[in-house]
Design a protein around this ligand. Structure first.
Ligand code: ACO
Length: 279
């Protein structure tokens, strides 16, 4: 069943989405890629979803592209099928990069090659210490395509990225955290608790400010300083349109009411913007 390639449940405003081809180590087939796009569509603007967590069923997060279904079978069908399969895969990773809600990769196990696309697509990433990460493309004779080479140099130092890509040696979750592929690594049995804690923290923040913030960090990374300054003014003014009193309330609770300290936490009611996004 194509629907079974991705499963999810929503609990306490966290959407727990999982790659679900454990017998194929959650490698990404065209069917899975199409289904993941649908799932993102289903979840993105649900009022009961504040954070999305992406993990995998079984021993893998994702063993990259399905070498049989994504490469061999589509190539056998010709260039049109290959381009379609690429567009479907890259499409949902792009969708994830600009998702309306904060996203967290919870890397529970194997993460190879094409898996770096959704890994980078998520705003934050937490790995099991036991997880294994690798740009294994070199081991079967291709370059790290599908954005994987770009992900490596975006996240890691050039030396680490080059070593990682040229040797194809896997690294564990701890090293992935040292090399900045992920934010943190934790023992597998503590991983979900830590991710839940981070998600619950994000759920308390103003959702308009969160979306503006995550987009801003990705956008300014590619801008000159002057362009970034200008973009950030305009992005904040656009955010004001979607939430017309959040920041005023934040200032009031600190300056007038002395109810909280912004340096140490978030103001009361930040998670409920005054105007709904889009209104
Ligand atoms: N594509 C297609 N099938 C895969 C993939 C994949 N990427 N990864 C695993 N599978 C399949 C295996 O063929 C096997 O299928 P079978 O049961 O029908 O024989 C099944 O998943 C289980 O795989 P095993 O190798 O037996 O699992 P094991 O737990 O021993 O090893 C590991 C896991 C290390 C992830 C191994 O499967 C592997 O090296 N996979 C390929 C990783 C990789 O290099 N991916 C491509 C990256 S490059 C890119 O994405 C562009």
């Amino acid at each position: 069943m194509s629907k079974d390639t991705v499963i999810y449940e929503v609990e306490d405003r966290i959407a727990w989405v999982r790659f679900n081809r454990p017998s194929k180590r959650n490698s990404m087939s065209p069917t899975l890629n199409r289904r993941m796009r649908e799932v993102l569509d289903e979840l993105e603007f649900r009022d009961d979803v504040g954070v999305l967590v992406l993990s995998g069923e079984g021993s893998a997060w994702s063993a990259g592209m399905d070498l049989n279904e994504y490469f061999r079978k589509t190539e056998a069908e010709g260039l049109g099928a290959t381009r379609r399969a690429q567009a479907e895969a890259y499409g949902w990773w792009r969708r994830l990069r600009w998702f309306q809600k904060p996203t967290i990769a919870m890397v529970n196990g194997w993460c190879f090659g094409g898996g770096y696309g959704p890994l980078f697509g998520c705003d934050l990433a937490f790995a099991a210490e036991e997880a294994q990460f690798g740009l294994s493309e070199i081991n079967w004779g291709i370059l790290p395509g599908g954005g994987a080479a770009k992900v490596a140099v975006e996240l890691m130092s050039m030396r680490d990225a080059m070593y990682h890509a040229m040797t194809g040696e896997p690294i564990d979750g701890r090293k992935a955290a040292q090399w900045k592929l992920v934010n943190e690594a934790h023992p597998l049995d503590q991983l979900k608790a830590r991710v839940t804690e981070v998600a619950e923290n994000l759920l308390k923040k103003n959702p308009v400010a969160l979306k503006a913030t995550k987009d801003a960090l990705r956008r300014v990374a590619e801008m000159t300083y002057d362009n970034a300054e200008d973009y950030l003014i305009r992005a904040q003014e656009a955010a004001n349109f979607h939430d017309n009193s959040g920041r005023k309330e934040g200032i009031k609770q600190f300056i007038d009411e002395k109810a909280y300290k912004p340096g140490l936490g978030v103001f009361e009611g930040a998670d409920k913007p005054a105007a709904k996004p889009g209104t």
